[in-house]
Design a protein around this ligand. Sequence first.
Ligand code: ATP
Ligand code: MG
Length: 465
Amino acid sequence: MLKKLIQSIRSPLRLKRTVRTTPEIVGSNQHSLRREQFSRNAVNVVERLQRAGYQAYIVGGGVRDQLLGIAPKDFDVATSATPEQVRAEFRNARVIGRRFKLVHVHFGREIIEVATFRANHPQEEGDGDSNQASRNEAGRILRDNVYGTLEDDAQRRDFTINALYFDVSDERILDYAHGVHDIRNRLVRLIGDPEQRYLEDPVRMLRAARFAAKLDFEIEKHSAAPIRKLAPMLREIPSARLFDEVLKLFLSGRGERTFELLVEYELFAPLFPASAKALARDPEYAGKLIRQALANTDERIRQGKPVTPAFLFAALLWPALPARVAHHQDRGVPPIPAMQEAAHELISEQCQRTAVPKRFTIPIREIWDMQERLPRRQGKRADLLLENPRFRAGYDFLLLRESAGEETGGLGDWWTDYQDASDGERRGMIRGLASSQEDGAAPRKRRRGGSRKRRPRTGEGAGNE
Ligand code: ATP
Ligand code: MG
């Protein structure tokens, strides 16, 4: 498919990197995208808008991914209709957003996101109507609701590969920014001057890393060059938006690769400052733990299993915990309260960067608390722990820690055995603990033959809900 597309487009020797006012038109005989491949709902939305006299196209990931043979996550529509006009066409539509107003058209679980063509901004605040558009002193866009033409819209999009417009009526692709060329060369390239585009919206740096990981593309060198210098600007982005972005970065199925790119481009530290410090202090252990957590998450997504941000955040922040605990213990706080205090601090600090909602911070704490409780198995404790709804997540987390090289005295194996054991065997295992000195928490010899086969991960854990 891509080959066909590629063969049919001649590569101009020197591409002018400005956005064209007339698009390259890629006819339906030059590519293999067919309207049947697109979500029916997206096609219906486009046709409805066209019938009402507006221009409308499918744009963004829905076009880009399908050209690459990847199933798109969702479908975005661009139109000349204003949000209010769009809403008037559909019963099931809601206008959302303030910084960037758009319309969500709901079809059961599917949402088609409809955005009105936008123009680039006046450079200075006050140049235009500041109700529609505004920037701060650094040039960051605070509001982005100046509508424009299709040509304007192509120009204000982030990457060339995201500015391909598919016309469902004639199956043509309108390419204003040499996006097809960059798809062919597997390049993530910003439209326009990279530094200015990152200053307008620093989240584009995260998007560059995300698309490079997802599509297995390179970030084109001019687009890559300013990232390290501008990465600290992410600190100015509202924490709620960054939380959403972090989920897209790590829960899209290419989390491990995305993490590598974030570290390479120094984008990880502004998102997870404490974790980045821990990573610098002990790259071997912290890197292994985080990578393994992301690899497990990627694998679960590949298998269609559910994943939850709580497990992931628990893992991302865990390497930062010991230094905090030690700090409190040095001030004379006993171990358990020191751990509680450190956990609380760490999560509150993280929420200032990425606003983690309470429904996730609570399970993060529970997963961590479990790590304190899993070694204490005397009497009825082990059975009570097994009944705890967080047991599976806690156990999976324990295995994760062990896989990163944490020494737990074979605790993971013990719990693996315990879950499989009969009642009688369980009583024996608990008695066995009584004879060991510290409630079985002291390091014990690994059984011969090395590490045991783990229980298959089902139900709770490894990042599921
Ligand atoms: P995916 O849905 O797979 O994450 P996508 O490219 O569709 O990828 P969306 O976040 O759905 O990304 O956005 C849809 C389109 O809107 C993008 O393709 C891009 O053209 C434009 N866009 C999104 N965010 C920005 C941004 N911060 N700056 C400029 N354009 C953007
Ligand atoms: Mg999309």
